[in-house]
Ligand binder design. Structure first.
Ligand code: ADP
Length: 302
């Protein structure tokens, strides 16, 4: 089982000729309301990969549609609290040039309580995984309790907060970052020097770094991960025609974690996750763009 303490958002998407200017009112001819949030996307990816995923979080009690959507993808929603705080949401303006401008309201995503965390973790079994992103509250508390309960912790510090991330690394078994997050953590603006700096800066950390269409790098802490003895791996991305990279990273994380939980080695897990995210970028949208495990198997067989 994997417990994903993650954000759930409703994304309100408006397509416009240009962004709203100060004092201006624009009537939008298009509107879509979609399930979003890195947490929810990663739960959907895990579920589509085949994992037993329990999403832990909160939404406003009127937003049953969120629960229905998550369940339609196979996510266990029994640990999502329905409270009197607005569901986290994003107001997204999209222009024809595919630029976006976003207002984010964290709302119920920051309403986790220590009691809720304790109650959830008391039902987990040693060896279960806990997954976190950086869109919810109580990150350090959850990780500390997870470690006390002998659970494995995967952390995707997105959006990156370098100070918080460094503070909690001792609780993390697997860190998953993209290029921008990796550079923020090292404090450089160049990806090659970031990759070179990582193993020295974090010698005891197992780190997966996704590099967009360039693929994935993996560094393993020398002592932390005995099953994966290689100290560094590099896997190329699949060559596809990308139309929308939304949720590529979330898809990667869900499929990679599922494979690792199922006993595949790191190279196999990364390859399968790269295939899943390659399919994802050929489709529009977030949750709906994430493939199923069968689709990934078919893609790899080609
Ligand atoms: P994020 O969405 O968090 O920024 P990345 O952009 O690094 O994450 O993408 C995650 C993974 O998705 C990559 O490691 C790669 O395997 C895959 N991917 C992303 N963009 C492409 C692309 N244009 N073509 C093929 N695969 C891609």
């Amino acid at each position: 089982t994997i417990y994903n303490f993650g954000s759930i958002n409703l994304d309100h998407l408006y397509q416009l000729d240009h962004f709203v200017r100060p004092g201006e009112t624009i009537a939008s001819s298009s509107y879509q309301c979609l399930l979003g949030g890195k947490g929810a996307n990663q739960s959907v990816a895990l579920a589509k990969a085949g994992a037993d995923v329990k999403h832990v979080g909160a939404i406003h009690h009127s937003d049953q549609t969120v629960i229905d959507q998550l369940e339609s993808f196979g996510v266990d929603t029994g640990l999502i609290n329905r409270i009197d705080v607005p569901t986290g949401h994003a107001i997204i303006q999209l222009t024809k040039e595919a630029e976006n401008s976003i207002i984010l309201y964290q709302g119920a995503n920051h309403a986790l309580t220590e009691e809720q965390v304790d109650q959830v973790l008391s039902q987990a079994n040693a060896g279960d995984w806990v997954l976190l992103q950086n869109e919810t509250n109580l990150i350090e508390y959850i990780m500390r309790k997870a470690q006390e309960n002998q659970l494995k912790v995967a952390f995707n510090p997105a959006p990156m907060d370098a100070e918080l991330t460094k503070q909690v690394l001792a609780f993390v078994d697997l860190l998953i970052v993209n290029e921008v997050e990796a550079m923020d953590l090292i404090g450089t603006t160049d990806i090659d020097s970031t990759i070179a700096a990582f193993p020295t800066a974090y010698p005891d950390m197992a780190v997966l770094m996704t590099l967009g269409k360039a693929g994935v790098c993996y560094f393993t802490g020398k002592e932390s991960d005995q099953e994966n003895t290689e100290e560094m791996l590099s896997v190329k991305a699949f060559s596809v025609e990308a139309v929308d990279t939304t949720a590529a990273g979330d898809t990667f994380i869900g499929f990679c974690l599922f494979s690792l939980m199922n006993g595949e080695d790191m190279t196999q897990a990364i390859t399968r996750a790269c295939a899943a995210s390659a399919i994802c970028v050929t489709r529009l949208g977030a949750a709906v763009a994430i493939p199923t495990q069968d689709e990934v198997t078919a893609f790899l067989a080609k």
